[in-house]
Every structure is written in structure tokens, then in C-alpha cells.
Design a binder for this molecule. Sequence first.
Ligand code: UN1
Length: 488
Amino acid sequence: MAVSEYDLYIGGKWVKSETGKTFDSLNPATEESIGRFQEGNEADVRKAIDAAEKALPAWSDMPAPKRGLILLKIAELLRKDKERLGRLVTTEMGKVLPEGLGDVQEAIDIFEYMAGEGRRLLGHTTTSELHDKFAMTIRIPVGVMGLITPWNFPMAIPSWKMSAALICGNTMVIKPSSDTPLCVVELVKLMERAGVPPGVVNVVTGPARTAGQEIVKNKKIDGLSFTGSRDTGEWIMANVGVKKVGMELGGKNPIIVMDDADLALALDGIIWGAFGTTGQRCTACSRVLVHRAVKEKFMRMLVERAKKLRTGNGLDKTTDVGPLINKAAREKSERYVEIGRKEGAKISTGGERPAGKGFFYRPTIFDDVSPDMRIAQEEIFGPVLSVIGIKSIDEAIEIANGTEYGLSSSVYTKDVRNAFLAMKKIEAGITYINSPTIGAEVHLPFGGVKKTGFTREAGIEGIEEFSHSKTLYVDYSGHLQRAQIDVE
Ligand code: UN1
């Protein structure tokens, strides 16, 4: 079958890259190409920035509720096309179909949510220390935003960023991950149809080392929003210069199972949290901290269930776990399994790749893991779970907090004291009680602490990454009043 070629989207036009080069996006389940994309470079990014700069005055001047109507239209078009796009996510990224559809649903949800924010964009009014003086804040756009997005939620995460950036009145250049450019290209085609004016959203596909670096370093970009790996995030922080920066990096998310927990419920949650999306969520559960009083029993349940998980093409209804995104990702999981073995942890199931095409890897569980092992500290981003025994909620929280990351976390318990201690003391942006570490909803803030980053996306807080607060003072006293001086 002939492979379609897709162009860059700059200033409202689909154009070729300056490089004349292309790259292919592969279906990770079959290793076949699903599309050919422009290998955009620095010059392409600079053109896209110019287009975004040109479009900024008119777009930022449009009343926010009116921008909101365009966002609603985008949501409507996404909804109409949900089935096709869900299959596209499944094919390009390798999730199972219900998750592919969920990815599109999350995009619909956030566009609807942010459309409503257009009628709010809250500032606040407050008192003044002086007579006849009025004080308040409003939200203003950041300007031209650079968005660098990952492959694991190829519709949802670009939508979190684009919807918030749009409603706040910014224009933007987006560089999607080279593993999933088609999802963003399709999303932007819908935006074009929904009436997003030329130049407001520009797409440059291409490598991190050329297109990506230009977005990070270019001084005309006023704000940068990045979701991706810890290493790239650290490089960005060191090179970004003076810009408003959003950082959403990795996780080593724990689920604590206490001795009073409903074990069947915890089992469902852990299987879903650890092996859903093949463990490739920054919110995926990669550590289970289980009370020693129930550990043996729970391990038997967990291993039995994990063994039954069927790996395969996500479009196949019988598949539970899809492939990893690419060859390097599978090799990373393999490397860590080797590290875990050498560290002395015991493989209870998995630890191998099935035969045949596709970047598949069996769901893998390590038992007898100690908290300081590399497999319990470092993000693997694959279907590899470490189980650690604990004796109390205090010990569990200490181990939960004993990594550099802090995104999501969870505790299974029926004891309100355990639940509240976990909610208060776990160092993370999100704590779930009696549900897994994944499944954030778009009207609540999403983000982490420590080396996970410092940004909150989605929810009202999501507005802050894509706007500045501006302070306004109105003095109607008719004479000079000096703050801090004329206070008597
Ligand atoms: C991510 O893995 O980067 O909460 C985002 C969740 C999803 C989003 C995950 N709604 O798991």
C-alpha cells in the first residue's frame, strides 16, 4: 500500500520542509509505516514562529468567549470523528482500542472545558491601602508559545496544551513526537475546519535536535510547554533562556496495598495502572508497596492475573496489552529487566518478548525488590512492575517518597487514618484512594512535584501555564497618593 505524505502546517498552509527530507511513523504492532512526514528543521521553525507572531494581535484581541466557540466546534468535530481517530491513536501509538478512544475523549473533554473557561478567565479584585483606589488582576496571553508533546497520549496531551493556549489568546508552534506525528496533523486539520485562523496554530514535525532545539532556544518564543522525558526536560531547563516554562516529566508512581485493603479491588487497579497503555503513562504504577501480612496471598493473585494478559495488536478485541512504542523503548525495558535480575530481584512473571513482528514485551513483575534498587528508582516506561513488602503505613509512605519523582500515587485501604495520612504525606501531585494511579480528569489540575516538574495542566490551574496575571490599579482620588508613604 502506498504511504501518504504529510506536510508542515505554517501560516495556514500545508508546506514542505526546507530540508527536502522525510521520516516515517510506524505502527508499533506491525512495524509498518502509516505515514511519511516532513523532517522540519530550524529554518522551518523560524518560519512558523514568524507566522505565529503575525497572527498574535488579532487572535489575542478576539473576545475569549468567541475563541471559546471555536474550541467548542473543535470538540464537536472530534466527537463526530471519534471512532476513526480512536483507531488512528491505536494504530499509531499501539494502545488497545478502548484506550485509543479514551485518548480522543480526553481531547474532546478538554476542548469543551477550556471553551467554558473563555467565559471566565478569572482574575481577582481586592482592596487598596489607599483611598479611592481600585485594584484587580486580569489574565493576559503569554504570546507565541512553543509546545513539545510526547507520543503516549498523542491526541490528549497536545489537546491539553493547545486548548489552554488558544483560550488564553496565544498563538503557537507545536512539534509533536516523531513517533506519533499523524495524530497531531489530524487534530490540526480539524482545527482548520473549525475556524482557527491561519498562523494561530503551526505544526512542525521533525527531530528534537533541530526543530525541537530551535523551539527551545528561539528568543521570539515567549513560553514553552513540554511533556516528555526527564533527560530532555533537564536539557531544556538548562537551555531555554528567559521564557515562561511548563515542565511535565516522569514518575515512579507507587500503589500502597494495606493489610485491610479489598485485595480484589487492588488487584484490578494494579493490573490496569501498571499494564494499561503497556506501562507507558507518566502516571503508570511502577511500584507496588504491599503489606507483609497479605503479601504472599496478593502476589499469587497478581502473578496469576498478569500471566493471563494477552499481548497483541490493539485493534484486536482480545488484546489486553499492546506493544511498546518503538524498538528503543522495548530495549529499555529489556535493559532494566537485566538490571533487576543482577540486583537480585526475582522475576515472578514476564521478562521476555513474544516471537514475531511488533515491539511487544510480556507484562513483567519483580518480587523481592528493595526500595533502593534501580528498578524501584528509575522510570522504565514499560510493562515492568516492582513489588516491595512493607509493615506499616508510615514505612510505606517513606518508601513512596524515596524517589526523585512525585507525580501520582495511590493507597488501597478501608481505614480512614491510612487514607488521610497518605493524602497528606505522600509527596506527589496526585493521590488516589482505592483507585489506580492513572485516570486523571480534565477539570482538575494535573502535574507533579520534585523532579516530575512544577506545572499544573488542565483544570483552572491549567490556565496559569498559558497566561500571565496582570495587575491593574485605578486611582480615582484626583490627587497623587504614594503607596507605603501616604498611609496615615
Ligand atoms: C501522561 O501519562 O502523561 O491520568 C498523562 C492519566 C491520563 C493522562 C496521563 N488521563 O493517566
